[in-house]
Design a protein around this ligand. Structure first.
Ligand code: GLN
Length: 231
């Protein structure tokens, strides 16, 4: 099979860190990859006539995997940032996000980002949340492999707050977290998610953007959006 990055997109190798519901997670029984990003990249693959193969890796391993050519695209709720743009290409933005703070239920001293000075803060390694945490004065930042691990440590009392993406925090609150944790304050950032690709592969970016445009025009993007986020 020719690789997607040779122009004939027979197979599109996708990398993701699947502990970021509702964007990417593994179904408990089938272990299939599910979520908004996973539906979106499958729809993009279909639109491009490519077979989508999804593999799991650490979030901080995604950009190195793109640079090494081990995957064609990273779809992982990844924010388009200046720093990452030096290393990889991004598709057009496909989802608007931002960071919020999660604290233990009943914590009345942390009401938002302004109250985090000198606190113990948890975040996922390699993320914009971890970057923002490191900017806070005298904060002790602990980086976890996945957001659920950071939430567990919050529950255990090892960190005072977790900084993570708002839609993922919303979902966590709705599904499981609300008895142990609460989300506080206004979002700190406005971030756009993009599909990341190797810089060597400019043709692929054009194809992905074209497919994304088509899915927005034909209503497929809206269908996937509503499935995961409602109207
Ligand atoms: N959007 C954040 C980032 O890009 C977090 C992504 C994630 O944890 N999957 O850093």
């Amino acid at each position: 099979k020719p690789a997607a990055n040779e122009g004939k997109t027979a197979v599109l190798k996708v990398g993701t860190e699947p502990s970021f519901a509702p964007f990417e997670f593994q179904d408990e029984k089938s272990k299939d990859y599910a979520g908004f990003d996973m539906d979106l990249i499958r729809a993009i693959g279909k639109q491009m006539g490519a077979e989508v193969e999804i593999q799991s890796m650490g979030f901080d391993g995604l950009i190195p995997a793109l640079e090494a050519g081990n995957i064609d695209v990273a779809v992982s709720g990844m924010t388009i940032t200046e720093e990452r743009t030096q290393k990889v290409n991004f598709s057009k933005p496909y989802y608007k996000s931002g960071l919020t703070v999660v604290v233990k239920t009943g914590n009345s001293s942390i009401k938002g980002f302004g109250d985090l000075e000198g606190k113990k803060i948890g975040a996922q390694i390699g993320t914009t949340g971890a970057e923002e945490a490191k900017k806070i004065k005298n904060a002790q930042v602990r980086e976890f492999n996945t957001p659920p691990e950071a939430f567990m440590e919050l529950k255990a009392g090892g960190v005072d707050a977790v900084i993570n993406d708002k839609p993922v925090n919303d979902y966590f609150m709705k599904e499981t977290g609300s008895k142990d944790a609460q989300q506080v304050g206004e979002p700190l950032t406005a971030e756009d998610y993009g599909i990341a690709m190797s810089k060597k592969n400019t043709e692929l970016a054009d194809k992905i953007n074209k497919a994304l445009d088509e899915l927005k025009q034909n209503g497929e993007y809206d269908k996937i959006y509503e499935k995961w986020f409602g109207k």
